[in-house]
Design a protein around this ligand. Structure first.
Ligand code: 6PG
Length: 241
């Protein structure tokens, strides 16, 4: 697990964007399959893409999928797609054919089947499982990632492509990429900012016993080519060799 620390979340967003552009340009002969997360942290990344890198990103080759989505209408403020549409997609020259959203407004079990099939049929496969070029993950302050929450260890190895995941202690239900697909990606980036995440990050990087409770810990250690992009606040408790 490599970690890159920047003073601010803005600096981290620029550093991560330049790396993504580098990966995008590694294989110019084919499309680049990217899965993005929701929540608030990606907002700064999408603003940076839109304000500074529109001409550097090859939008024609970028195929955008979602790691997870809340089962709400896309116009709802909770919608990951709605947020991405508002901040990024309406402002960059990307074809609608390259935007593969989760239909949060329809029945969860139906959408799980539909979206799993769409991903299975459109994303290149490795060992029969969709293999994304890059999966962008965040981490909640309870150590969840994607929409896999502490205790939902059955999703770590589920053979399904996407799973319906109830968010604990709420009535909300989400669609989440399963662990099988997360672990099959070429690269995984955790973009994590804010002091509220620093304690969990310290436990993950120090392999503390408590870390075993966190889905973010499991995937940070089981996924391939994992990189953390952190701001100073999130990294404040980390030690360096
Ligand atoms: C979601 C995300 C989720 C997110 C974390 C961190 O739909 O909420 O996919 O996994 O990455 O909750 O969220 P913040 O970036 O808002 O802290």
């Amino acid at each position: 697990m490599k970690k890159y620390i920047s003073i601010s979340s803005l600096d981290a967003a620029h550093l991560l964007t330049k790396q993504i552009i580098g990966w995008l340009n590694e294989e110019l002969s084919r499309d680049f399959y990217l899965a993005i997360s929701g929540g608030s942290t990606p907002m700064i990344l999408f603003h940076v893409w839109r304000e500074f890198y529109v001409k550097d990103i090859d939008w024609q080759r970028l195929q955008i999928y979602w790691v997870d989505e809340r089962f709400v209408d896309p116009r709802d403020s909770e919608s990951n797609y709605g947020m991405t549409r508002k901040i990024l997609l309406d402002h960059v020259p990307i074809s609608e054919n390259n935007i593969h959203r989760i239909l949060g407004e329809i029945d969860s079990s139906f959408e799980k089947e539909r979206y799993s099939k769409e991903v299975l049929q459109s994303v290149p496969l490795l060992n029969g499982i969709p293999c994304f070029d890059l999966i962008l993950l965040g981490m909640g302050d309870d150590g969840h990632t994607a929409s896999i929450f502490p205790g939902q260890t059955e999703f770590y190895t589920s053979p399904e492509i996407y799973v319906v995941s109830p968010k604990p202690n709420t009535n909300s239900v989400r669609l989440s990429m399963s662990g099988s697909v997360l672990k099959n990606a070429k690269r995984v980036v955790f973009f994590v900012t804010g002091e509220g995440k620093s304690k969990i990050l310290q436990e993950i990087f120090d392999n503390a016993p408590n870390a075993a409770n966190y889905p973010a810990n499991y995937f940070a250690k089981k996924c391939t080519n994992v990189e953390f992009y952190l701001d100073e606040g999130a990294a404040r408790l980390l030690t360096f060799p």
